[in-house]
Ligand binder design. Structure first.
Ligand code: MG
Ligand code: MG
Length: 299
C-alpha cells in the first residue's frame, strides 16, 4: 500500500499539526487504497504538546526529508516553509489558508480559503464528505482554530470560523470555548522556563524610526502578573540589549488579553522614554507595523 505523507510547515504550530492529523484521518476514511501518515518536521510547541497529551492524540512522527515520497501540504504552500526535499517529492494536494505562492508541473488539488485556520478548511471538507469527526480530534481541531484566530480576536477570523468553532465545541463536548481558548493561550504564553533575554527576542523585529534604531518585541499573555513579577529582570534585559547593540529604544509589548479587548502594557529602555510612556498612558501605540496575527494593525 502506497504511503502518502501529510505535512505542515517547518516550526510546526498547532494548526499545522492538527491539520495534518485530522486530514490524514479524513483521507483514510474516504480512500482505503492508500496509507495516510501525518508527519512533522521538528518538535512540537508547548500548546501542541499540551493538546495532544490532553486528548490522547498520537503525535505525528518526525520526518527530516520528503525526497522521493508523496506528500500533501497542509497550512502552507510556499516552498521555503516546507519540509526539506520537497523539490524531489511528488506533491498531491495543498490544503491551506495562506496566500498562494506555489507552482507545480502538473495539475493537483489545491484548496485554499481565506478563513482563520487550516483546520477550518478541513472541517468543511469533513462536512462535505459526510464524515463524522471523532470527539478528541474535534477538541484538537478546535484548539487549532482558536489558536490561529487568537480566540476569534484576529482580523483573519471569519463568520465561518465562528460557526465552525461552535460546531467543533459541540462535537468535542466543550461547553465554553472561550475558556478553552484561554487555557490554551495560558500554556502557550508560559514564560517561566524562559530567561528574560529569551522573552525579549521571542518575537522581535528591528525598525528604523526617523533615523533611530528601535527594537520592538512582543509577547502574548493571559496572565500579566507573571510579567509584572519579572519587571526588573526584563528591564535589565532591555537595557543590556539597548547598550550592547546601540539602540535608541528597545521596547517590549505585553499583549494581555481576556474576554474583552486586548490591553497593551509595555516595558522600555530608551534614550527618550517620555514619549513612549506618554503613548502608553494615552493608550496610543507606537507606529509599528506587525503582521503578527495576535496584534491588531498599529499605526
Ligand atoms: Mg501555521
Ligand atoms: Mg494556520
Amino acid at each position: 500500500m502506497k504511503t502518502i505523507y501529510i505535512c505542515g510547515h517547518k516550526s510546526p504550530d498547532l494548526d499545522s499539526v492538527m491539520g495534518s492529523i485530522s486530514y490524514a484521518y479524513l483521507k483514510s476514511q474516504v480512500d482505503t487504497k492508500h496509507e495516510f501518515k501525518p508527519v512533522i518536521t521538528g518538535s512540537v510547541n508547548n500548546e501542541t504538546a499540551y493538546i495532544l497529551d490532553k486528548y490522547d492524540i498520537q503525535a505525528p512522527g518526525v520526518l527530516d526529508s520528503i525526497a522521493n515520497q508523496s506528500v500533501i501540504l497542509v497550512d502552507h504552500n510556499e516552498g521555503h516553509q516546507a519540509i526539506d526535499g520537497l523539490a524531489e517529492a511528488e506533491i498531491l494536494e495543498v490544503i491551506d489558508h495562506h496566500k498562494l505562492d506555489f507552482s507545480y508541473h502538473t495539475p493537483i488539488k489545491i484548496i485554499i480559503e481565506p478563513i482563520g485556520s487550516s483546520c477550518s478548511v478541513i472541517y468543511k471538507m469533513f462536512r462535505a464528505e459526510g464524515i463524522d469527526i471523532p470527539q478528541n480530534l474535534a477538541a484538537g481541531m478546535l484548539a487549532a482554530v482558536l489558536t490561529d484566530t487568537v480566540i476569534t480576536k484576529s482580523p483573519t477570523t471569519t463568520k465561518q470560523d465562528r460557526k465552525i468553532i461552535e460546531e467543533l465545541a459541540d462535537i468535542a463536548g466543550i461547553a465554553d470555548w472561550q475558556e478553552y481558548g484561554m487555557e490554551i493561550f495560558k500554556v502557550r504564553s508560559t514564560v517561566s522556563d524562559k530567561t528574560a533575554d529569551e522573552i525579549v527576542v521571542s518575537d522581535y523585529k528591528d525598525f528604523d524610526i526617523n533615523g533611530n534604531k528601535f527594537g520592538i518585541g512582543q509577547v502574548e499573555t493571559v496572565d500579566i502578573t507573571e510579567f509584572n513579577a519579572r519587571k526588573a529582570e526584563l528591564l535589565d534585559a532591555l537595557s543590556n540589549k539597548k547598550s550592547a547593540e546601540n539602540y535608541h529604544s528597545v521596547i517590549l509589548f505585553l499583549w494581555a488579553f481576556g474576554p474583552g479587548d486586548f490591553l497593551a502594557n509595555l516595558f522600555c529602555s530608551s534614550d527618550s522614554p517620555e514619549p513612549v510612556a506618554k503613548c502608553h498612558a494615552n493608550q496610543k501605540m507606537i507606529p509599528i507595523k506587525s503582521n503578527h496575527p495576535s496584534v491588531p494593525t498599529i499605526g
